[in-house]
Design a protein around this ligand. Structure first.
Ligand SMILES: Cc1cc2nc3c(=O)[nH]c(=O)nc-3n(C[C@H](O)[C@H](O)[C@H](O)COP(=O)(O)OP(=O)(O)OC[C@H]3O[C@@H](n4cnc5c(N)ncnc54)[C@H](O)[C@@H]3O)c2cc1C
Length: 458
């Protein structure tokens, strides 16, 4: 079978790349080759007993035009659901207790989220030492600018929330490029935020926090899995499931993909698998890409979804967005989302649906815990934080042994080396291992990759 473009990997990145090729460039002779028996990769939702359960992403921020456009074009515009107004309260654990994170700077300074010394140190941000001129960890950046206390608690929690990562290992330039750009442009995050707030007041837009413009967590009525399902339905027979690709070679008339089924040839190939799988696929065709791809680590994540009957199951309301646990708190979990409050349609009436995450770069060994140990650990921590134990009526556990790509120091150089080696062999790389792990990042990168493929035909 000869195709114009073959896309290897049918997670959201690969599916979006195939979709954009047709939508933006009229290239419809595309085949997506997915190893497993369903589309979507990590993005998958399951309905059970009145719950919508997310295997991977809980949602996306609605400030990324590409994702909203993709949703609209895939026929899901009317299915978009934004987080409820009641779920705006966010919490962080400090000294074994939940603390609400105040939204205004003044209220924050008056709060006990950080100790007094750490709060006062925040005021020194505009006078921080200059950037050292090399790739810096998120922790080192934060310690330099806002002090060790805020770095260990607030910033570590933020890194946990997005990457399940270790802030001392991750590269600031790769993980929070907007923050790096704010420092480069304004010399200070405080000055950058003031300038952004002024600009936002002028235009009426949301200025957001220091990591970028704000947005509201958004999903679909049927959960995030609706998006890969809709794209898969649109692709029809152009999506091949149970079609793992092991390697590739090149002939005069295009690329040959070697898998388990019929031989597939294509004029262009997009590899949208995780980097470790891309390394194996490219071993013969682009050997120089292999080492940099293999050097991108992943962090395991276990997702525990507990459903409780009765909104007072813990003897108190559980409302808000959820909480994060910084590395300073040895609780054995990364955080918890209050799904029943964020997206009330995801739990039956009068139920709590809590989604607790374990593992990450901080505690990779917990991926090996059995279900009973996971239940015990989650139940113990929730009882400690909510003040009373409660027994869930149902629990669902999903393990992602290679959950989230970790952009460690030197990541951008590795990505440039791998991308250059792949491009020299005529292959395009896209997906969550390169320039952003979020759903929005994957969809944006897929669009950029589709444009590069189309340009290569011109
Ligand atoms: C627990 C968890 C929670 C998350 N929460 C959020 C969130 O709330 N918001 C957000 O924006 N992001 C979130 N993310 C991140 C986001 O979900 C992922 O980064 C994104 O879905 C990854 O998409 P992908 O297509 O790059 O990779 P994947 O989803 O991993 O897809 C890659 C696909 O390639 C296939 N494949 C692998 N090898 C081969 C081969 N040899 N041949 C053919 N196919 C192959 C795989 O089977 C898979 O389907 C979360 C991630 C996890 C794990």
């Amino acid at each position: 079978m000869k195709h114009r473009v073959a896309v290897i990997g049918g997670g959201i990145a690969g599916l979006a790349a195939a979709f954009w090729l047709e939508h933006d460039h009229g290239i419809s002779d595309v085949i997506v080759l997915e190893a497993s028996d369903r589309p979507g990769g990590k993005m998958w939702s399951v309905s059970a007993d009145g719950h919508i359960l997310e295997w991977g992403p809980q949602g996306f921020l609605d400030n990324a035009p590409d994702t909203l456009e993709l949703a609209e074009a895939a026929g899901l515009g009317a299915h978009l659901i934004r987080a409820s107004d009641t779920s705006s309260d966010r919490f962080i654990v400090r000294k074994g207790r939940l603390r609400r994170i105040p939204l205004s700077p003044l209220a924050f300074m008056a709060s006990n989220v950080l100790g007094l010394g750490a709060r006062l140190r925040l005021l020194g941000e505009p006078f921080a030492r200059k950037h050292p001129g090399r790739d810096e960890s998120v922790f080192d950046f934060a310690r330099r600018r806002i002090g060790e206390g805020a770095a260990r608690i607030l910033v570590d929690a933020m890194v946990t929330g997005v990457y399940a990562g270790d802030s001392r290992q991750l590269s600031l330039a790769a993980t929070f490029p907007k923050m790096a750009a704010m420092e480069a442009e304004y010399g200070s995050l405080t000055r950058a935020m003031i300038a952004k707030a002024r600009a936002a007041r002028r235009t009426g837009a949301s200025s957001g926090g220091p990591s970028g413009p704000g947005g509201t967590l958004t999903t679909f009525r049927e959960g995030m899995g609706a998006l890969p399902k809709a794209i898969a339905a649109h692709l029809g027979e152009r999506l091949a499931l149970k079609a793992p690709i092991r390697s590739m070679s090149r002939r005069d008339d295009g690329f040959v993909l070697h898998g388990e089924g019929a031989k597939i040839t294509a004029d262009a190939v997009i590899v949208a698998t995780p980097a470790y799988a891309a390394a194996a696929i490219l071993a013969e065709l682009a050997p120089a890409a292999v080492e940099p791809l293999r050097a991108i680590p992943t962090a395991p994540v276990t997702v525990v979804m507990d459903s409780y009957e009765g909104i007072m199951a813990f003897g108190r309301p559980v409302s808000g967005f959820g909480f994060l646990v910084p590395g300073t708190e040895p609780l054995g979990i990364l955080g918890c989302l209050y799904c029943h409050d964020i997206f009330p349609g995801q739990a039956p009436p009068d139920h709590l649906l809590l989604r607790t995450m374990l593992g990450g770069a901080r505690d990779p060994g917990s991926i090996n815990l059995d279900d009973e140990a996971i239940r015990t650990r989650t139940g113990t921590v929730l009882a400690q934080l909510f003040g009373r134990a409660a027994t869930p009526a149902r629990t669902w556990i999903v393990r992602h042994p290679r959950g989230i790509a970790q952009y460690t120091i030197g990541h951008l150089e590795r990505v440039s080396a791998a991308t250059a080696a792949a491009r020299a062999a005529g292959v395009f790389l896209t997906g969550s291992f390169y320039r952003g792990v979020s759903t929005n990042d994957c969809i944006r990168q897929a669009r950029e990759t589709a444009a590069q493929v189309a340009a290569s035909f011109a």
